[in-house]
Design a protein around this ligand. Structure first.
Ligand code: FES
Length: 567
C-alpha cells in the first residue's frame, strides 16, 4: 500500500508539473497565451478538490520519502537512486518561496499575483536570483520525477518499444518550458520599460502589504528550517537506531565467494551487499518490484521472516522456487547463507514473467541438431576473418529459421546448432515447429549458397536431425553464461540422429515419433530401423535428401494424427 501511495502521489504531482510546463511553453507564443491557458489549467488545480489532491499528494509523498529514508539501513546506493533522493529532498527547500509568495499570498494576504504578467516581472526585473532558483527547481523536480518514472516503467514489458517516445517527451517538454519561461520573461522585461505598464500591473495585481510581505518572508525561512529539521531528525534517529542495534549483536550473511558480511537486525540482504561492495542486481532500486535481486537462502528457519504478500506476488511472477527470496525485502534475524541468482548486470527483462520450467522440469519436447558438412576442409582454406564472416551468416540464417518457426536456440557449438521446440507450446506443436524450421533452414541454405557463390568453392551443406522425447529442461550455466537448455536421453538421441545424415548421405533425418507427434504423413520417405547406443529398442527413422522436400501437413491433418497418436 505504501508503494502504491508513493506512486499515486508522485503521479499526481507529475501531472501538475506537466501542465505547468505546458503552460510555460506557451511563452514561446506570448504572455497572453500563457495567461489564458493558466485560467483553464487552474480551474482544476486551484479548485478545492484540486488543492486537496495536489497538497495532499505532496504531504503523502514527502512523508513517505522520510519514511523510506528511515527504513533504509545503508546510504550506499547506485548513482541514479542517490540522485533521485538528493533532488527529491531539495525540492521543498527551493519551492517554499514560490508557493508562499504566490498561492499563500493570494489566498491569505490579499495579493493577486496574476501569474504570467506579475511572476516574470518579479523573477526577471525585481529579483533575478529568485528567478534563477525557480528555474533550478523546475529542472530538479523534473529530473527527480523522470528518474522515479524510469524506475517504474522500465519494468514494463512494453517499455523498450516506447522508450524513444518517452525519452523525447522527457527532454522536449522541459526544454520548451524553460524556453517559454525565458521568452515570457523577455517580453515582460520589454513591457517593464514603460512606467505606465508597471503602474497598471501593480494596480491590477496588488501585492501583499509590506507588513504581510515581511511575514511571508519570515515564513519562507521557518518553513525551510522545518524541512531541514525533519530531514536531520530522521538522519539522527537512524544513527541512534544503528548504535542501539549494534549493542544487540550482529548477524552474519555469507556469500558464495566466501565473503561474510556482518549486519545488524533490520538490514536487508541487498543493503548488506551494497555495504560490503558486493555487486548485486537491483533494477528497481530495492522497491521490491523487479525481482532481479532474488537470492537462494540457506540457514536456520528463525533467520527468515515470512515474505509479505507483495513479495510473494513478485516471486510467483518469476516462478521462483520455495527457497528463493527478494534480497531487498529479506531482513534476516539470524545468520544465513545467500546466493544471488542473477548477475549484477541483470536487466529489467530478467524480472518479467518466467515459465515455471526454468528451475528444472521434465518436459516432452522436440530437439533439433544441425551441423555444417565438410566444415573442417572448408576452414583450412579460409582466412580467420572470412571464416568468422561465413559462420556468422550461417548462424544468422539458422537462428532466424528456428525462431521464425517458434523454437529456441539452445546453443551454437563450433559449426553446429542445437534448438528446442515445444517448451511452451507443447510437444505436438513443437514437432511441427521443428519440421518447419528444418524446411526453412534448407531453403535459407540454398539462398545463402547463391549469395556466397563467389566466396566458397563448393556450396555449403547442412545435416539436420530431429527427435522428440522427454528431457530435463531448465536454466543452467554459470554467471553470464546461464541459458535455458535440455539434457537427457532424447537430446543424445537427437544428436546421434543428426550424425546419421552422413551415413545416409542426406540432409535430414527424423525419428518417426516426430512425424507421428507432428501429425504429418511422410509418404514413401525412406524408412530405416537403427540401433542407438544405450537404447534397448531399435529406433525407426525417416530420411530426406533435402529438408525443403518435407511435406507440409494439410490443414486439420495435424489434429487427426494427434488423436490417432493419442489412441
Ligand atoms: S531490487 Fe527490485 S525487487 Fe529487489
Amino acid at each position: 500500500m505504501i508503494r502504491q501511495l508513493r506512486l499515486a502521489s508522485g503521479l499526481v504531482m507529475l501531472a501538475y508539473v506537466t501542465t505547468h510546463f505546458v503552460n510555460h511553453s506557451l511563452g514561446l507564443i506570448s504572455v497572453q497565451a500563457m495567461d489564458s491557458a493558466l485560467v483553464r489549467i487552474y480551474q482544476y488545480w486551484a479548485s478545492p478538490l484540486g488543492g486537496v489532491l495536489l497538497y495532499g499528494a505532496f504531504a503523502i509523498h514527502y512523508s513517505l520519502a522520510l519514511w523510506a529514508l528511515w527504513l533504509r539501513r545503508s546510504l550506499k546506493m547506485p548513482a541514479a537512486e542517490a540522485t533521485q533522493l538528493v533532488l527529491g529532498f531539495s525540492i521543498p527547500f527551493f519551492l517554499t518561496d514560490h508557493v508562499l509568495q504566490t498561492r499563500v499570498a493570494d489566498t491569505f494576504y490579499g495579493a493577486d499575483v496574476g501569474y504570467y504578467a506579475n511572476v516574470p516581472h518579479t523573477y526577471f526585473v525585481d529579483n533575478p536570483l529568485r528567478g534563477f532558483l525557480q528555474l533550478v527547481v523546475l529542472v530538479v523536480a523534473w529530473v527527480h520525477a523522470m528518474i522515479g518514472l524510469w524506475f517504474w516503467l522500465r519494468l514494463k514489458p512494453w517499455y523498450r518499444r516506447w522508450q524513444p517516445i518517452l525519452y523525447a517527451f522527457a527532454l522536449l517538454l522541459p526544454t520548451f518550458a524553460v524556453l517559454g519561461f525565458f521568452e515570457g520573461g523577455r517580453q515582460v522585461m520589454a513591457l517593464s520599460e514603460d512606467p505606465a505598464w508597471v503602474a497598471q500591473l501593480a494596480q491590477d495585481h496588488p501585492r501583499a502589504a509590506p507588513a504581510d510581505a515581511a511575514i511571508l518572508d519570515q515564513m519562507v525561512v521557518w518553513v525551510r528550517y522545518a524541512f531541514v529539521a525533519a530531514l536531520l531528525a530522521v538522519l539522527a534517529a537512524r544513527l541512534a537506531r544503528w548504535r542501539w542495534e549494534r549493542r544487540r549483536g550482529v548477524i552474519r550473511v555469507s556469500y558464495p565467494s566466501g565473503r561474510v558480511v556482518q549486519i545488524v537486525r533490520g538490514v536487508s540482504v541487498l543493503e548488506a551487499s551494497r555495504m560490503a561492495g558486493i555487486p548485486h542486481a537491483s533494477v528497481c532500486g530495492g522497491r521490491g518490484r523487479c525481482s532481479t535481486c532474488r537470492i537462494r537462502v540457506e540457514g536456520a528457519k528463525e533467520a527468515l521472516v515470512p515474505p509479505a504478500p507483495e513479495e510473494v506476488k513478485v516471486l510467483r511472477r518469476v516462478g521462483a522456487a520455495p527457497d528463493v527470496r527478494l534480497a531487498c525485502q529479506l531482513r534476516p534475524h539470524a545468520d544465513l547463507r545467500v546466493t544471488p541468482l542473477l548477475p549484477a548486470t541483470a536487466q529489467a527483462s530478467d524480472g518479467f514473467r518466467r515459465p515455471g520450467y526454468l528451475h528444472g522440469a521434465e518436459r516432452e519436447i522436440a530437439i533439433l541438431f544441425g551441423d555444417l558438412r565438410s566444415f573442417t576442409q572448408l576452414s583450412e582454406k579460409k582466412l580467420p576473418y572470412d571464416l568468422v564472416f561465413l559462420l556468422n551468416r550461417y548462424f544468422a540464417e539458422t537462428g532466424h529459421a528456428v525462431e521464425a518457426a517458434g523454437g529456441r536456440i539452445d546453443k551454437f557449438i563450433g559449426d553446429g546448432v542445437m534448438a528446442l521446440f515445444g517448451l511452451d507450446s507443447g510437444v505436438e506443436a513443437g514437432c511441427r515447429e521443428a519440421l518447419a524450421a528444418a524446411r526453412d533452414m534448407s531453403e535459407r541454405m540454398e539462398s545463402l549458397n547463391h549469395a556466397l557463390i563467389h566466396d566458397v568453392s563448393e556450396p555449403l551443406r547442412i545435416g539436420i536431425g530431429i527427435h522428440t522425447g522427454p528431457a530435463i529442461v531448465g536454466e543452467m550455466g554459470y554467471g553470464s553464461a546461464v541459458s535455458v537448455t535440455a539434457v537427457g536421453d532424447a537430446v543424445n538421441t537427437a544428436s546421434r540422429i543428426e550424425g546419421l545424415t552422413k551415413t545416409y548421405g542426406c540432409e535430414l533425418v527424423i525419428s518417426e515419433a516426430v512425424a507421428l507427434r507432428a501429425g504429418i504423413d511422410l509418404g514413401d520417405a525412406p524408412r530405416h530401423e537403427i540401433e542407438i547406443r544405450g537404447r534397448v529398442e531399435r529406433l525407426v527413422v525417416r530420411t530426406f535428401a533435402r529438408a525443403r522436400d518435407l511435406p507440409v501437413p494439410p490443414r486439420g491433418a495435424a489434429k487427426k494424427m494427434e488423436r490417432a497418436a493419442a489412441v
